[in-house]
Design a protein around this ligand. Sequence first.
Ligand SMILES: *[C@@H]1O[C@H](CO)[C@@H](O)[C@H](O)[C@H]1NC(C)=O
Ligand SMILES: *[C@@H]1O[C@H](CO)[C@@H](O)[C@H](O)[C@H]1NC(C)=O
Length: 443
Amino acid sequence: MLPQSVFYRALMLGSFLCLLHGSLAEVGKLVCFYDAASFVREGPAQLSLVELEPALNFCNFLVYGYAGIDAESHKIKSLDPELSYNRQHYRQITALRQRFPHVRFLLSVGGNRDLSAEGVADSSKYLSLLEQPEHRSAFRASVGAELSNYGFDGLDLAWQFPANRPKLQQGVLKRAWSAVRGWFSTDSVDSKSQEHKEQFATLVRELRRDLQPSGKLLTLSMLPHVDAELFIDVASVLDHVDFVNLGTYDFHTPERDPKVGDLPAPLYAMYDRDPTHNVQYQVQYWLNQTSPSRADQLHIGVTSYGRSWNMTRNSGITGYPPIPAAAGAAPAGKQTRIPGLLSWPEICELLQQQPEDKEAPHLRKVGDPTKRFGIYAYRSADDIGENGLWVGYEDPTTAAIKAGFAQAQGLGGVAFHDVSLDDFRGQCAGEKYPILRSIKYRL
Ligand SMILES: *[C@@H]1O[C@H](CO)[C@@H](O)[C@H](O)[C@H]1NC(C)=O
Ligand SMILES: *[C@@H]1O[C@H](CO)[C@@H](O)[C@H](O)[C@H]1NC(C)=O
């Protein structure tokens, strides 16, 4: 009896230490994306360095978005000429380390911000870089120099692989969804995806070898609508990166789906929708490709913004999604000035408006008691078919539900997109960064 119980106790102690180690070192991480363009936004959405600072109390990582690559030299480059003058802004950001020594600062490359001359996210140079060892070497050398010159702790690869094409939706409640098997199985966006998958795994391995001796981190951020099945050798990549931020947001956007408004990032599969368009499916795909001990390398993406559509008279009056006969992206918000997108403080303000305000009729909020799909707010179009608006979004409560999901699944944590679209001034309820804060408390 005795030896057995000693053994049992040793076992318990072992797993307790394991748990302790896990909870301190590997889970509950909050990766904060920082859109550097917010530093030079016009008007009230501009986020100064001083206003950024309180966010760093909650973040384990700050990911600077974004750098690009030069099509000719294959070197990493700064995307914003205004900010990159002597790359002063890189230095200002990494200098925050003095005040926030617990935060690690990563430079992210890609992020669908590296645009072609036509203004669209250009995946061709990201693929061509992978193809030749000399191109990869040029990129790797430039990365090493960039990280050490500007004081970054590592590189995040928000690699611009070709995104899958939106599926045609003729009718809203199209039963065909259930007949659709894979996300992309029929219509590949890249005929050489198998080669690119292997070459990307090689690049990741090479970068790891370059960066590890100096203790620099290497991470991967999947962009929404990039099919991991086509481009990512999950087992190999997870062996060589510190963590992966999954693209579990923007499943449904006015840009891709102008005629149908719908919840942008449901946690679980919804009836009659593409079965892959939810957080749970994406997480399960990655978990399926690897061993359970790797779960803590995966982070789910959670946003601080909503996606908004114009409702027309034919969109009905119930607001219940999917919204038929939507008329594209809703007008830009007053602060962020991006059509089809509203930041949390913008949504909050619309929700607080009085019903009798004729100028801007207030939005009616519809919650989600199931906690599975997400919340939305809307006002139907008026008699002449104007002023209709539908927005699916996150608030502090739904963001915390997603953080709880990450925790329950044993994932590493949450990647937050992004700090500049949270309520950094506390306009809404007085508290700064309410969504960020809410995620942190739940993790
Ligand atoms: C994960 O694996 C299970 C069991 O093989 C399978 O039923 C499921 O469809 C897979 N899910 C995904 C998202 O790949
Ligand atoms: C959305 O509605 C607003 C007015 O309510 C209008 O100005 C705008 O052009 C509409 N957008 C689209 C894409 O139709």
